[in-house]
Design a protein around this ligand. Structure first.
Ligand SMILES: Cc1cc2nc3c(=O)[nH]c(=O)nc-3n(C[C@H](O)[C@H](O)[C@H](O)COP(=O)(O)O)c2cc1C
Length: 364
């Protein structure tokens, strides 16, 4: 049965529907933030507080949402953020995300906790568009040999960047998962990170325990340097919150900074990403692109991010809601809605393209 997508006008419509149709365990895994979910809520609310100080009489009859993202073309300044375990939302899982992102002309960041191999994901993306861009998200886990092998595998599969997530020395505590005794459902595999000697994720006691071995609390900048030197691919740092960390990362060779708090899933009480974005942009000083994610739900949020100096945004949960609602078509519609909203936002703000979305567009 196909879902009629005509009534889905915005990303919240997808969220509402997905929360109704998903079983409790994946639903809560996808939607949850850490502890009191304050940061989760603030990520969204803080965008909405920024007022767009629009210009008039600018001839916006010929417009484009096209953008350069990390040195390559994109149909809009947006990437699909890495989210784990996509086959819990739909049997097509990451393959649907790959196809929909490629069709929409935006890069996809594949989670290292995916339920489909990077080779199959790349094949799905390039079958739609041979120029599709795919980046591999990585954790540096305790087994460095596995990390290096995954980096090599991503490169061989045609990924053009690695995205190293640095906000997970330990997993944030998501109480909904504990209440649900979260476990990776039978029949699904975290294909890139199978624990030598046994299946992952069947302890029945929450994601924290099931996946604890895939991360490493001892990480320091030295480990970033190690990964940087282990791969010819550019490495982007994901999960940066403070300007001095952004600066340090760039000095040590990061090719991009993704300002993120993991969608409010790690340290509850940390600031909304939009609040710290301008500080990080200033610290980076134009040396590498700055991206941001967390609570981006409207085309107006994309314009706000650009005005604050981001090159692009990423979206996490909305893709899962699209996937759960209607697979590939659902994600395509989510991305289509955002593109259309950005186009109308640009026009109404007096911008012919993303380059016109400058800092003065936000009311001080
Ligand atoms: C269900 C779920 C799974 C996630 N899995 C990963 C992951 O495997 N690796 C990672 O770096 N970030 C992961 N994230 C964080 C996202 O990449 C992104 O930072 C966040 O979702 C952005 O916020 P948004 O969901 O409000 O758009 C996950 C987020 C969610 C909601």
């Amino acid at each position: 049965m196909t879902t009629d997508l005509a009534p889905f006008l915005n990303l919240d419509d997808f969220e509402r529907h997905a929360l109704e149709v998903l079983p409790a365990m994946p639903r809560d895994y996808y939607r949850s933030g850490a502890w009191a979910e304050t940061t989760l809520r603030e990520n969204r609310a803080a965008w909405e507080r920024l007022r767009i100080w629009y210009r008039v009489m600018r001839d916006v009859s010929a417009r484009t949402t096209a953008a350069t993202v990390l040195g390559g073309p994109a149909a809009m300044p947006l990437c699909v953020a890495p989210t784990a375990l996509q086959k819990m939302a739909h049997p097509d899982g990451e393959l649907a995300t790959a196809r929909a992102s490629a069709r929409a002309g935006v890069p996809m960041i594949v989670s290292s906790l995916s339920t489909t191999t990077i080779e199959d994901i790349r094949a799905a993306a390039t079958a739609v568009d041979p120029a599709a861009r795919t980046w591999m998200q990585m954790y540096i886990g305790r087994d460095r040999g596995m990390v290096r092998a995954l980096a090599q595998r991503a490169q061989a599969a045609g990924c053009d960047a690695l995205v190293l997530t640095v906000d997970t020395p330990v997993w944030g505590i998501r109480e909904r998962d504990i209440r649900n005794h979260f476990r990776v459902p039978d029949g699904l595999r975290i294909v890139h990170l199978e624990r030598p000697g046994g299946p992952t994720g069947h302890t029945g006691s929450g994601i924290q325990e099931a996946l604890s071995w895939t991360i490493d609390a001892s990480l320091t900048w030295k480990d970033f340097e190690w990964l940087r030197d282990s791969t010819p691919l550019p490495v982007i740092l994901k999960g940066v919150c403070r300007p001095e960390d952004a600066k340090r990362g760039v000095e040590l060779g990061a090719k991009g900074i993704l300002v993120s708090n993991h969608g409010g899933r790690q340290l509850d009480g940390s600031p909304a990403t939009v609040e710290v974005l301008p500080h990080c942009v200033e610290a980076v000083g134009g040396r590498v692109p700055v991206l941001v994610d967390g609570g981006v739900r409207r085309g107006t949020d994309i314009l706000r991010a650009l005005a604050l100096g981001a090159q692009a945004v990423c979206i996490g949960r909305p893709v899962l809601w699209g996937l759960a609602t209607a697979g590939e078509q659902g994600i395509e519609r989510v991305l289509g809605i955002l593109k259309q909203e950005l186009d109308v936002t640009l026009a109404l703000a007096g911008c012919a393209g993303v380059a016109d979305a400058t800092a003065d567009l936000l009311l001080p």
